[in-house]
Ligand binder design. Structure first.
Ligand code: SAM
Length: 214
């Protein structure tokens, strides 16, 4: 026998109003850190038609940012127009002191392709350690944490899953990162003379972590 379930009109309308992009939805409060030229945050806010639940952050100061990335100035202006909170000079290494970010729980906290800068070759131990320290510091705020990262060598040597476990975060899903899911997003090298250039995204994955016990 078919069981009929009636969904209240208000619930159907709420569902209709929620907009989705990639792993994210307009119903979620989202913190994005280390967002290069802020094009990832802007892709979300544009798709949602609002940035009201979005906190978009750059590691660099505003003045530095607009000198690094050709589109940063217009991306920031558009994010603000859409109602997003845009913060500059936010270092995950100093996250503990950011009471504005640490005192609230976000539904999603996102760091795409963390990278500590081009201070050596990617397979050198001091580089791997610098990247690991960066990711480790990112695991502090409360909420479901997403790290997008390249798979294979030397990136597997960062051992992100192990770092997360130190913070009681367990990996519950790993999915291929599809740039085409985020129209307008441009992955940036983020450091040095070629900071505004893209890097190859092959083997990029989004790792999703949740704190346990929940
Ligand atoms: C490879 S780029 C990726 C940029 C951006 N997430 C993207 O997907 O295009 C690495 C980013 O890490 C950021 N970063 C480096 N050190 C950081 C720190 N201590 N806190 C926050 N972000 C940092 C850099 O500013 C740069 O934007």
């Amino acid at each position: 026998m078919v069981k009929l379930v009636t969904i209240p009109v208000e619930a159907r309308e709420d569902e209709k109003a929620v907009k989705r992009l990639g792993h994210y939805s307009s119903a979620q409060s989202i913190l994005v850190v280390g967002d290069g030229d802020l094009s990832f945050s802007l892709a979300l806010a544009t798709a949602f038609g609002s940035g009201e639940k979005l906190v978009a952050t750059s590691f660099d100061s505003y003045v530095h940012l607009i000198s690094m990335y050709i589109k940063a100035e217009s991306n920031v202006a558009e994010l603000k127009r859409l109602g997003a909170t845009v913060l500059h000079g936010v270092s995950v290494k100093k996250m503990k002191k950011r009471t504005d970010l640490m005192s609230r729980r976000f539904d999603r906290i996102v760091f795409n392709f963390p990278h500590a800068g081009f201070i050596g070759k990617e397979n050198q131990v001091h580089m791997i350690n610098a990247h690991r320290l960066l990711v480790q510091r990112f695991f502090r705020p409360l909420g479901e944490i997403h790290v997008s990262h390249k798979m294979g060598q030397p990136y597997d040597r960062w051992e992100i899953e192990g770092l997360a476990l130190e913070f009681s975060l367990s990996l519950f899903e790993m999915v291929a990162f599809r740039k085409e899911d985020y129209p307008g997003y441009n992955q940036k090298r983020g450091d040095g003379d070629r900071c505004d250039e893209e890097f190859p995204l092959r083997n990029g994955c989004t790792l999703k972590f949740q704190r346990w016990p929940r």
